[in-house]
Design a protein around this ligand. Structure first.
Ligand SMILES: Nc1ncnc2c1ncn2[C@@H]1O[C@H](COP(=O)(O)OP(=O)(O)OP(=O)(O)O)[C@@H](O)[C@H]1O
Ligand SMILES: [Mg+2]
Length: 420
């Protein structure tokens, strides 16, 4: 009988399968506590693709809105607003989405609902503003829109946190804004956060918190939009999981699997260590490798052989991850096997700096090819040039480096002898 595979390589993990990140959860909980008590602080969470940013949000959200008790504090009672930025999101659309989300969340708070329905509708206000500011510059229009939006937000927050309400007062509002790296220049995201947070305080509204999430390049985007926008955030950089947590993630997945399947699946300790070693703590790799090993195991116990097959077989975990994330960079952006060899040599050092001379020593071809490869790979931003040292380069992303390494190992070790 076929079993349900409990691993989740393609979605943020559910809180029940989530492991680690204790430092980050503590820091975010502390901020919720501060914000609830009128000392708001905001977070920017960055990290490479698949490192677990959205999964972390998935754990913090139920803590913020009180579905789950916090680790360190009492139960929180924030209104949480979830937003995902796309390249098409404009400032007006963003504010409309916030208005819509608030309307849904405030259904049961009469005063807030009245305010939203009778006093304030953003679309109407934008139209009024548009007619008023026809002759003004677009930057003035931006300021007017933000000013109006902040007034609305501050009023709503005061209503819902008011202890004289018939309903239980809320702790405030938390905005969870994912994929902020996708923002277009027209969204003026850095400017928006800087202005909104400052104006909220001027309006005496101190119970609103922003948690913004994105790839590392979001820092550059925010700074380009407003050079001091980064100052309003505490910055959390999400890194790989430790080997212990990597093994624990496998255990948790199996535990859930064993609850939903009638037949039990176990894993040998060597197989678990192999998943942890091969994945180097990258959550997306842990989940995909575990998923594929689970598929290969037939006798109820996952062995190292199942893991190796699951990862390296043609069409297995490496190919699945490659298709989703890396084939474009590896096969389409790089047109030469020589350049791919240079990349593989560099990936042996993951994403640490590598001297050009070291690459020369290991490369099986003419010196000028290395020079050309470094030029082309740099121009495509696949590798970076060390700004403070000549002739040093590194891969931009560790996840990509890991994949290139494993892909190279597959070519060397498994191209002929791994079979379904
Ligand atoms: N703490 C964790 N414990 C167990 N598995 C995790 C954890 N964090 C992430 N994962 C797994 O890793 C994968 C990537 O997670 P997630 O989607 O949260 O990453 P992300 O950083 O948001 O990625 P992206 O940059 O593509 O949006 C998912 O398969 C998820 O199940
Ligand atoms: Mg994500």
């Amino acid at each position: 009988m076929s079993k349900i595979n409990p691993f989740k390589p393609n979605h943020p993990v559910s809180p029940s399968m989530f492991v680690g990140r204790i430092f980050e959860i503590n820091a975010l909980e502390k901020s919720l506590f501060q914000t609830k008590n009128g000392y708001p602080s905001n977070f920017l969470i960055t990290g490479e693709r698949g490192i677990g940013k959205s999964s972390l949000l998935g754990v913090i959200k139920p803590i913020a809105n009180g579905e789950v008790t916090s680790l360190n504090y009492e139960v929180f009672n924030f209104i949480s607003i979830n937003l995902v930025i796309t390249p098409r999101t404009t400032l007006v659309v963003l504010m409309q989405l916030i208005e819509k989300a608030l309307k849904r969340k405030l259904e049961n708070i009469e005063k807030a609902k009245d305010f939203l329905n009778n006093t304030w509708t953003f679309v109407e206000r934008i139209k009024t503003l548009d007619s008023k500011v026809e002759k003004t510059k677009s930057s003035d229009r931006l300021d007017l829109i933000i000013d109006d939006f902040v007034y609305f937000l501050a009023e709503i927050c005061k209503i819902i946190t008011n202890s004289e309400n018939e309903q239980e007062p809320k702790d405030g509002i938390v905005f969870f804004i994912d994929e902020a790296d996708s923002s277009s220049q027209d969204l003026h995201l850095g400017y928006f956060f800087k202005m909104v947070t400052e104006l909220l305080l001027q309006h005496g509204c101190c119970n609103i918190m922003f948690i913004v999430v994105g790839l590392p390049n979001v820092v550059e985007k925010l700074t380009l939009s407003h050079e001091s926008s980064m100052r309003i955030f505490n910055h959390l950089v999400i890194k790989e999981l430790s080997p212990e947590y990597s093994c624990y993630a496998v255990d948790k997945g199996l535990e859930i699997g064993n609850k939903i399947n009638s037949k039990i699946t176990t894993i040998t300790s060597d197989a678990k260590t192999l998943i942890s070693t091969l994945s180097r703590g990258y959550p997306r790799f842990i989940q995909q490798f575990s998923y594929s090993a689970f598929e290969f195991s037939t006798n109820g116990e996952i062995s190292t052989d199942d893991v190796n097959k699951g990862v390296f077989v043609v069409g297995g975990a490496l190919d699945i991850i490659g298709k989703r994330y890396y084939y474009r960079a590896y096969n389409e952006q790089i047109k030469s096997d020589d350049y791919r060899e240079v990349l593989s040599i560099m990936a042996e050092s993951m994403n640490s700096w590598v001297k050009k001379s070291e690459i020369h020593d290991k490369f099986n071809g003419a010196d000028h090819v290395v020079t050309d490869a470094l030029k082309v790979l740099s121009s495509k931003k696949i590798i970076l040039k060390n700004p403070s040292k000549n002739w040093e380069y590194r891969l931009q992303y560790k996840g990509f480096a890991l994949w290139v390494r494993l892909f190279g190992e597959r070519e060397k070790l498994y191209s002929t002898d791994v079979s379904m």
